[in-house]
Design a protein around this ligand. Sequence first.
Ligand SMILES: CC(C)(COP(=O)(O)OP(=O)(O)OC[C@H]1O[C@@H](n2cnc3c(N)ncnc32)[C@H](O)[C@@H]1OP(=O)(O)O)[C@@H](O)C(=O)NCCC(=O)NCCS
Length: 158
Amino acid sequence: MSTRDSGSRPMRWWDIDQVVAMERELFPDDPWSSEQFWGELAHVPETRWYVVHEDDIGIDGYVGLFAVPPEGDVQTIAVATRAQGSGLGRALLGDLVDEARRRGCTQLLLEVREDNSSALALYARAGFERQGHRRDYYGPGRDALILRRRLAGDGDNS
Ligand SMILES: CC(C)(COP(=O)(O)OP(=O)(O)OC[C@H]1O[C@@H](n2cnc3c(N)ncnc32)[C@H](O)[C@@H]1OP(=O)(O)O)[C@@H](O)C(=O)NCCC(=O)NCCS
């Protein structure tokens, strides 16, 4: 599935303020800073791919890929509270999978907080499986799970 075509486009530097505001709301414990997004966008398109989705109000979702084939990493994915639960996260993740495949990645990895149930459900539905566990990855008492999805030849981008 491709993200609602009308609303999806590459992330640009002028989006960073809006995206960082969303980071602070959606990741209150460890939001990415403007500098981190500037750093990521500096590597587009060589090793990075970042897309935002917009509705009438503004940016309501974004996703980022780090790709050094044969491996890709889901750097970030977020959907504004107002748009959650409507399939946007799944669509953005599907677009990221398509892009990773186009770049020759045969597997995707990501870290997710062990207690982030909505993200874990999203990833499970998209075929990611648990590969490891990192204690205190996000700070004391905040563990991460490492998830992986093989891409080679499975022919499914959902
Ligand atoms: C995780 C997140 C990106 C999901 O985006 P979304 O647009 O709400 O998700 P979707 O509507 O596309 O749902 C896709 C699947 O995710 C799961 N899911 C999403 N939200 C869920 C929730 N609150 N509870 C349980 N499952 C949920 C469902 O399994 C759903 O599949 P289904 O509709 O077939 O049941 C969004 O909740 C978010 O931005 N959260 C805050 C930021 C974050 O945690 N990002 C991930 C960092 S690793």
